[in-house]
Write a protein that binds this ligand. Structure first.
Ligand code: URP
Ligand code: ZN
Ligand code: ZN
Ligand code: ZN
Length: 460
């Protein structure tokens, strides 16, 4: 069975062209001038964009954190992603201290296998650096997991020392893998947080005030230097602050293989949200924290200059009731994370509408670059003959208002409640199957397949 997506503007990093797209089974068979192709069925894309499906390279479904776990399962989270035009997620398998990387991967594969509505891959969180973990990194690469996240934050949980980071980077350099870094100085932050609580300052806003931008900048610079010394590629996750961006820009100008992502929450939300009264601020607790609004212009500039090359969500949903509320009386006990997997494409489209980024840059940061960065190109991230038919037909002038009442994420609030947006997903195909159309969701858990990824295609 073939489907012709007719009359739309096919968008790539270099811009938009009017073209028809022929889908045959799970893949794209041809992209042709309007009127030159025929199919058994047609989808009318006139007046709409035809985008390569979004790739969210940073999500946390069913993630254990602070004695609880994030509330989207691989099923609910991938369904929400599909509603928002994301057709691939890369989630994180989380090594607990004292366990092996390969058993960790098995455990996460078991959670996701048969549950996902869209295709998925994994990064590996390394929290226990030792000889056998380092050795297992190579087996992870062979199993399609060639990116390893480490933490300079969260002492006692995921935190690694500089020496441990150095060792993992040496191994990454050896095997062609990329180290992803949560760059915040967790030792200094924990001290500031303890001082705040001791002085009776326990509200959610203290989460932001005790994690100042300078300590993200410092950790980012330190990670960059460790990567320089070891020759390892480095990818800074969830970059939120101007000092961290400056460090990344400097390293890139010097020719170092340093990359970075930011997230919609840092572009649209701020510490003013964290300061909302009646514990409402807890809804906005994530690490790094939401910053002063003044950082947002720098982040948009970074997206234009490619110092920020990827937009991911860091989707990590905890309900307000009973989960975020664990931190009433001590902000340190608020589970860290903000829901967002459903809204990334729409929120970044506002940047196109506002003239912050081009149409091509929208698709590049949300699909094409994450595909290359994490070894999925050209299977994903492009509309071209032979690629998977992961396609979003997007209506750029439809209006919508975001709300917990209408979103599909399994969480009881929206960080973007009441946001009025221009643009909306019309139809979504995942490997040729229509999973979202104007009349609803047509996908199913288990349709999504594990993606064994190549290494970083900017380097290897
Ligand atoms: O607050 C956050 N970002 N939670 C998810 C875990 C992480 O550090 O990415
Ligand atoms: Zn992190
Ligand atoms: Zn994360
Ligand atoms: Zn239908």
């Amino acid at each position: 069975m073939t489907t012709l997506i007719q009359g739309g503007q096919v968008v790539s990093p270099s811009g938009a062209i009017t073209a028809d797209v022929l889908v045959d089974g799970e893949t794209i068979a041809a992209v042709g001038a309007p009127g030159t192709l025929t199919g058994d069925e047609t989808i009318d894309a006139t007046g709409r964009y035809v985008l390569p499906g979004g790739i969210d390279a940073h999500t946390h479904m069913e993630m254990p954190f602070g004695g609880t776990h994030s509330v989207d399962s691989f099923e609910t989270g991938t369904i929400a992603a599909a509603w928002g035009g994301t057709t691939t997620i890369i989630d994180f398998a989380v090594q607990a201290k004292g366990t092996s990387l390969l058993s960790t991967l098995d455990k996460w594969q078991a959670k996701a296998d048969g549950s996902c509505a869209i295709d998925y891959g994994f990064h590996m969180i390394v929290s226990d650096v030792n000889d056998s973990s380092l050795k297992e990194m190579r087996a992870c690469v062979d199993g399609g997991v060639g990116s390893f996240k480490m933490f300079m934050a969260y002492p006692g949980v995921f935190y690694s020392t500089d020496g441990e980071i150095l060792r993992a980077m040496q191994q990454a350099r050896e095997i062609g893998a990329t180290i992803m870094m949560h760059a915040e100085n967790g030792i200094a932050i924990d001290e500031l947080a303890a001082q705040a609580v001791a002085a009776g300052r326990t509200d959610p806003v203290q989460h932001g005030l005790t994690r100042p931008p300078e300590l993200e900048g410092e950790a980012t610079s330190r990670a960059i230097r460790l990567a320089q010394v070891t020759g390892s590629p480095l990818y800074i996750v969830h970059l939120s602050a101007a000092p961290a961006l400056a460090a990344v820009a400097e390293a890139r100008d010097n020719g170092q293989n340093v990359f970075a992502e930011t997230c919609p929450q840092y572009l649209y939300l701020s510490i003013e949200d964290l300061a909302k009264p009646d514990f409402e601020g807890a809804k906005f607790v994530a690490s790094p924290p939401l910053r002063e609004k003044s950082h947002q212009a720098d982040l948009w500039r970074g997206l234009r200059t490619n110092d920020l090359s990827v937009v991911s969500t860091d989707h990590c949903p905890f309900c307000f009731k009973d989960q975020k509320e664990l931190g009433r009386g001590d902000f340190r006990a608020i589970p860290n994370g903000i829901p967002g997997v459903e809204h990334r494409m729409d929120l970044l489209h506002q940047g196109v509408v506002a003239g912050e980024i081009s149409l091509g840059r929208w698709v590049e940061t949300c699909s094409a670059t994450p595909a290359r960065m994490f070894g999925l190109y050209p299977r994903k991230g492009v509309i071209a003959a032979g690629s998977d038919a992961d396609i979003v037909v997007y209506d750029p002038s439809a209006r919508q208002t975001l709300s917990a009442e209408t979103h599909h994420m399994n969480v009881d609030y929206s960080a973007y409640e009441g946001f009025s947006l221009t643009g909306k997903v019309h139809t979504v195909l995942s490997r040729g199957r229509v999973v979202v159309s104007p009349d609803g969701f047509h996908g199913s858990p288990g349709h999504g397949k594990f993606l064994s990824r190549e290494l970083n295609q900017y380097l290897n």
